[in-house]
Design a protein around this ligand. Structure first.
Ligand SMILES: [Zn+2]
Length: 595
């Protein structure tokens, strides 16, 4: 093998490297979508004027800064989540940082004023958990000071944040954008259930600063002369940190309490959120006897009795759903049958802070089913059903053909049964019937008009627009600073490659290629008969090797740097031939996207 130097590389080979590395990462350049939906796409959407609870809920998120107790400031409505700043004796403690550079820029002037008025820098930052709306504005909020703060998280948080780059990113981004109604015009939008509106879309930048100090289960720490207790409190996520300030009798429950039924399942898709752990964390928090509670969504709660009552009701609602679901599972009911029957007792269902404005009780029950028993409902009819396409054809045949199926769909819609109309529309879509899209869109808008849970309403409205021709953009990291990108472990990028191996091209192949990083661990990607996997280190049988730094590799992967220029500059070497590298990279496809 001969070492290959840059200047000799052909343009074709360079293009192959760009698509070979960059094309596989979901963070590709903006393409395939528009920034905002056109007016015509969304013209038919009605606001949910028939839903008074939703209207009342909007008021909770009106943009403001509150100071519920002296020295504790809460910024509400600047993004999806709240930001809490504690004016401690020797500095400011910043708890959570909003969802994007754009959101954080809206709050930064206020924080600058806080520094100026108090004469104190932010000495400590705490991320309560990994979700975007709590971590991605950090760099912006810290720009106004020279002091380098400590940054605290639960031990799992950083790895979860890095999942912003990952094998499921193409679909979770799209589902999140639907659920948050990101591209809905204002006149069709109400709220996000736990906040006014997520300020993050495909073109927003993220600025996460990695933690310096991590907590496993429990820690009593002093920050800026203030005593805090940090407690691992798994609930909405497995890495939640609840925070208690004994000197102020102040509890910050993170996202384990907010003014809506908890999102035990989220329609954008996440791993199982175990209700027993969430209930346990609520018990732990209510046992503290706090006199002030400031959640990271919705608004502060005052008074020990009121806080205790709410945390107890919240945990009761969560445990009720779990226990009731388990009882019905044991009685042999399927997920859909359980969803039909489950209902909170009236004292919980009528509590204003448990209304189904974000999570839904029936969705939570289905999540408990799949979290405990997996996908099989128990009904043998679900074991080996006809394929979706054949079921559509059989249903059309039963109805008397496509025209009759379509007529039944329209009739259902007119009769107020939009759920059935949507099912019939989806069957027609499988049969490539031109009338399917309009029927589906009309059915989804009708369902949205009656829906109180923001995540479901927005999902329907965005999907309706898609049925009408709106295309969701692809995610992009192009607006995020290098420091954000460079914090992401290199194996996440290589893992996207292996997941997207071109199976037909390699089903008879067995070979390996080396990725040598001068500043980090080396890897081999091995292809073995249709499967590709990542191995630690370089292997003796590598057919070639790419040598560079992790920062350069990441920059090429997200198309921030041109590999030809990188080669010319000597920042990347290829051992073996460029043709060998391009052949190897040609064995991987860009991730499939929904169409
Ligand atoms: Zn949140």
């Amino acid at each position: 093998m001969k070492a290959f130097l840059a200047g000799a590389a052909t343009a074709t080979a360079m293009i192959a490297i760009v698509t070979g590395i960059g094309g596989y990462i979901w963070l590709t350049a903006d393409e395939g979508g528009s920034d905002t939906a056109t007016e015509t796409t969304f013209a038919a959407v009605a606001r949910s004027d028939a839903l008074p609870d939703v209207k009342t809920h909007n008021k909770i998120f009106e943009k403001r800064i509150e100071e519920p107790i002296p020295g504790v400031h809460v910024a509400i409505g600047y993004g999806l989540a709240n930001v809490i700043v504690i004016d401690a004796p020797e500095g400011l403690i910043l708890i959570d940082t909003l969802e994007s550079i754009r959101a954080a820029e809206g709050l930064a002037p206020w924080l600058d004023k806080m520094r100026e008025n108090t004469g104190k820098p932010v000495t400590d930052v705490i991320y309560t958990h990994n979700h975007a709306d709590h971590v991605f504005g950090a760099g912006v909020l810290l720009e106004g000071q020279d002091h380098v703060p400590r940054i605290w998280t639960q031990a799992e948080t950083e790895a979860r944040v890095n999942e912003v780059v990952g094998i499921l990113s193409p679909i979770t981004f799209k589902r999140a954008m639907r659920m948050f109604g990101t591209y809905l015009p204002d006149e069709n939008f109400e709220n996000n259930g736990i906040g006014p509106r997520l300020l993050s879309n495909h073109s927003d930048g993220f600025d996460f600063i990695p933690p310096t100090d991590v907590i496993d289960d429990y820690a009593e720490v002093t920050m800026a002369g203030e005593n805090l207790i940090l407690m691992h409190a798994p609930g909405e996520t497995g890495d939640q940190l609840a925070i208690y300030l004994p000197g102020r009798s102040l509890l910050l429950p993170a996202d384990n309490y907010y003014h809506a039924f908890p999102n035990l399942y989220t329609v954008r898709g996440t791993p199982y959120r175990d209700p027993r752990k969430w209930a346990h964390s609520l018990d732990m928090m209510s046992g503290l006897g706090a006199e002030t509670m400031i959640p990271h969504h919705s608004q502060p709660v005052m008074g020990a009795d009121e806080i205790h009552k709410r945390l107890t009701d919240y945990r009761d609602a969560i445990q009720f759903v779990y226990d009731e679901t388990i009882r019905m599972i044991n009685a042999g009911l399927t997920p859909d049958e359980i969803a039909e029957r489950i209902e909170l007792p009236p004292h919980l269902a009528n509590a204003p802070y448990l209304k189904e404005l974000y999570g839904r009780v029936d969705f939570a029950a289905k999540a408990v089913f799949s979290g405990t028993l997996g996908w099989f409902s128990g009904d043998p009819a679900d074991l080996r059903p006809p394929t979706p396409g054949r079921q559509a054809q059989l249903m059309a045949d039963l109805a008397g053909g496509n025209d009759a199926l379509f007529a039944a769909g329209e009739a259902s819609l007119a009769d107020g049964d939009a759920g059935w109309a949507l099912i019939l529309g989806s069957q027609l879509q499988r049969l490539d019937d031109d009338r399917a899209a309009a029927l589906r869109a009309a059915a989804m808008r009708e369902l949205a008009a009656r829906e109180t849970a923001s995540s479901v309403r927005n999902y329907f409205l965005t999907s309706a627009a898609e049925a009408d021709g709106f295309t969701l953009p692809l995610a992009s990291i192009s607006a995020s600073p290098d420091r954000m990108l460079n914090g992401i472990p290199i194996d996440r990028f290589l893992g996207i490659l292996t997941t997207n191996v071109d199976v037909p091209a390699v089903v008879d192949k067995s070979l390996s290629y080396g990725f040598e990083f001068t500043d980090a661990q080396n890897y081999t990607i091995r292809i073995h008969r249709g499967v590709a996997y990542l191995e630690d280190g370089l292997a003796d049988d590598n057919v070639g090797r790419l040598t560079t730094t992790t920062d350069v590799f990441r920059a090429i992967a997200v198309q921030r740097r041109n590999p030809a220029k990188v080669l010319v500059a000597g920042e990347m070497q290829v051992t073996g031939s460029i043709a060998g590298l391009t052949t190897f990279l040609g064995y991987f496809n860009p991730p499939l996207q929904e169409n």
